[in-house]
Design a protein around this ligand. Structure first.
Ligand code: LLP
Length: 462
C-alpha cells in the first residue's frame, strides 16, 4: 500500500511516482539539472559515515563538519605544486574563519588574507603574527587601517590598496603613527573570469581594484605619500574559476604592469599577490587541476622568471574555497516529505540561513544520505530539498532524485560546504546558527557550539 503524507520515524514515505501531467510546469526553468549523486565514500574521503552518524546523534543537526585530513591535504597539494617557487599562501579566511581552522592553517605555515577588522581580530586570536596577515577589501575604515598598522611593532605584511582614496587615508594614518605602510596596489586587469556575476571581481565595472592608468599615476606620484612603501601588486579576478584562461590573461597583464612599475617606483617590487579563485568540483564541473594552476604560476612567476633587474618576485596566493570547500559538509536531518500538486519536497532542518549558496548563486551541492546508499537507492523521486525558512528561495537543491525510502530523522550530508558555508550563515527567521565540528584521526571535536535561543537575543535591549 502506498502511503502519502508526512513521514514518521516508523516507516518510509512512498511518494507516488510522478505522473505525466499535461499542465505540469516544465522543470527547465530551474537552473539545476538532475545530477548524479556522489557517494560519501567516493566523494568525500576523510569522513567516515560512522563518525558522521555519531556526530549527528551527539550534537543534533544542522551541524557543519570539517575534515582536518582534507584541509591539510588541500594545503599541502598547493605547496607541493609550488615547491620550486618562492611563495606564501594566505588563507582567505572569509571562506571559513573558525579559530580552529585558522590555527590548523597557521600551523601548516599559511598566512591569513583578511577583509575586515573582525577578521583581523580572529587572525590575532588564532595566533597569527603581523607578518602572517594581508589585508584586502574595497572599503577599509580608518579604525581598521590603524588597527592593522599597530598590530605588533611593524604592522601587517601588506595592505592591498584598492583606490587612491584608500591610499591617501592609509598614508595619513601611517604618518600620524610614525609608520610606513607596506602596500600592494590591487590591480583590476579587466578580465572576465567567466564565473557567477556576483563573484566576478576583475572586470572594469566591478568595484574592485584600480585600472592600469590609475596604478601608474599613483606610482608616478608616490613621493607625495611618505607613509607608504609600495612593495607589490595584487589581483583577484573572481571565485570558483573553472578555466585557467582568464587567469593566464590576468597574469600576463599583471606581469606587464610590474615591469612598468619597476621603472617608476623608487624601490623595486618584492612580491606579486595572485589572489585566490581556483574553482572546485561541486557536482559535475571539471575544475583545473592544482598541478596545472601551479604550472601556470610557474610559467609567469616561477624561479627562472626574473624581471629586468634580475630578480624573481615572491608569489603570494589567497585561496579560500580551494583549501576548505571540499573539506567540509553540513549534516542535516529529514523532517518530512511534502507533496504539492506539482512537486515533491523533501523538507530538512538546514535552510538558507545555514547555507545560502544555493539561494544566492544557484550553486549545486551534492546531498547524500548517511545511511548506506545501497539500501536507499532502489526507488527515487525527483524533488526539491528545502528548508523551513519562509521564502521560496529557501532551497538546498532542486530537481534532485532522492530515495523515496528516506524518512523523518534520516541524516543527510550536504557536501562541499567547507567554504562560504558557516561564514555566510545568519539568524534569519530567528534560527540559531549551526554547531561546527572538526574531525581528526577518527575523533571529532566541537569547534563551535550550536547557538542557543538565549544567544539570539543576547545583544538586544528592552
Ligand atoms: N582574495 C580576495 C581578495 C577575495 O575577494 C577572495 C574571495 C579570495 C581571495 C578567495 O577566493 P576563493 O579562493 O575562495 O575563490 N561567497 C562566494 C564566494 C565569494 C568570494 C569572495 N572573494 C561563494 O560562496 O561562492
Amino acid at each position: 500500500m502506498r502511503r502519502e503524507g508526512p513521514a514518521t520515524s516508523s516507516g518510509s514515505y512512498s511518494p507516488p511516482v510522478p505522473e505525466r501531467d499535461a499542465n505540469a510546469q516544465p522543470l527547465s526553468h530551474d537552473s539545476e539539472k538532475t545530477m548524479r549523486q556522489k557517494s560519501l565514500s567516493a566523494g568525500t574521503p576523510g569522513f567516515s559515515s560512522q563518525v558522521l552518524k555519531q556526530i549527528a546523534q551527539d550534537l543534533g543537526t544542522p551541524t557543519y563538519v570539517y575534515s582536518a585530513t582534507l584541509l591539510k591535504k588541500n594545503y599541502r597539494e598547493l605547496v607541493r605544486g609550488l615547491k620550486d617557487v618562492d611563495h606564501r599562501i594566505f588563507f582567505a579566511m572569509k571562506a571559513n574563519s573558525n579559530l580552529s581552522i585558522l590555527k590548523l592553517f597557521l600551523k601548516l605555515g599559511a598566512g591569513m588574507d583578511i577583509v575586515s577588522g573582525g577578521e583581523l581580530f580572529r587572525a590575532q586570536q588564532a595566533g597569527a603574527l603581523p607578518r602572517d596577515v594581508v589585508f584586502s577589501g574595497v572599503g577599509k575604515t580608518p579604525e581598521e587601517l590603524a588597527d592593522a598598522l599597530q598590530f605588533g611593532k611593524e604592522g601587517i605584511y601588506a595592505f592591498n590598496v584598492e583606490s587612491e582614496e584608500e591610499l591617501r587615508l592609509l598614508n595619513s594614518i601611517a604618518c600620524r603613527l610614525g609608520q610606513i605602510a607596506p602596500v600592494s596596489f590591487r590591480f583590476n586587469p579587466d578580465v572576465d573570469a567567466k564565473t557567477h556575476p556576483y563573484i566576478s571581481t576583475g572586470l572594469k565595472f566591478n568595484k574592485f581594484g584600480m585600472h592600469r592608468a590609475k596604478v601608474l599615476e599613483l606610482a608616478r606620484g608616490i613621493h607625495k605619500f611618505p607613509g607608504i612603501r609600495v612593495q607589490g601588486v595584487s589581483i583577484h579576478i573572481g571565485s570558483q574559476l573553472l578555466s585557467l584562461a582568464p587567469l593566464e590573461n590576468a597574469f600576463q597583464r599583471v606581469k606587464d604592469l610590474i615591469g612598468e612599475l619597476d621603472e617608476l617606483l623608487p624601490e623595486p617590487l618584492t612580491h606579486v599577490d595572485l589572489g585566490g579563485g581556483l574553482g572546485i568540483c561541486y557536482s559535475d564541473e571539471v575544475a583545473p587541476s592544482v598541478a596545472s594552476y601551479c604550472g601556470l604560476i610557474r610559467q609567469f612567476f616561477g624561479p627562472n622568471r626574473v624581471n629586468e633587474k634580475g630578480r624573481a618576485l615572491k608569489v603570494m596566493l589567497e585561496p579560500g574555497r580551494l583549501l576548505a570547500g571540499n573539506a567540509g559538509l553540513l549534516l542535516s536531518q529529514v523532517l518530512y516529505w511534502k507533496k504539492s500538486e506539482r512537486k515533491h519536497f523533501l523538507i530538512i532542518d538546514a535552510a538558507m540561513n545555514d547555507l545560502i549558496r544555493p539561494a544566492l548563486y544557484h550553486s549545486i551541492h551534492a546531498v547524500v544520505p548517511i545511511k548506506r546508499l545501497s539500501a536507499l537507492a532502489n526507488q527515487t523521486v525527483r524533488c526539491d530539498i528545502v528548508g523551513p525558512v519562509c521564502e521560496t528561495g529557501d532551497f538546498i537543491a532542486r530537481n534532485r532524485m532522492m530515495s523515496t525510502r528516506l524518512k523523518g530523522g534520516d541524516i543527510l550530508a550536504i557536501l562541499s560546504t567547507g567554504a562560504y558555508g558557516f561564514t555566510m550563515a545568519s539568524n534569519y527567521n530567528s534560527r540559531p546558527r549551526a554547531a561546527e565540528v572538526l574531525v581528526s584521526g577518527g575523533q571529532y571535536s566541537v569547534i563551535r557550539n550550536r547557538e542557543s535561543l538565549a544567544d539570539l537575543i543576547r545583544n538586544e535591549l528592552i
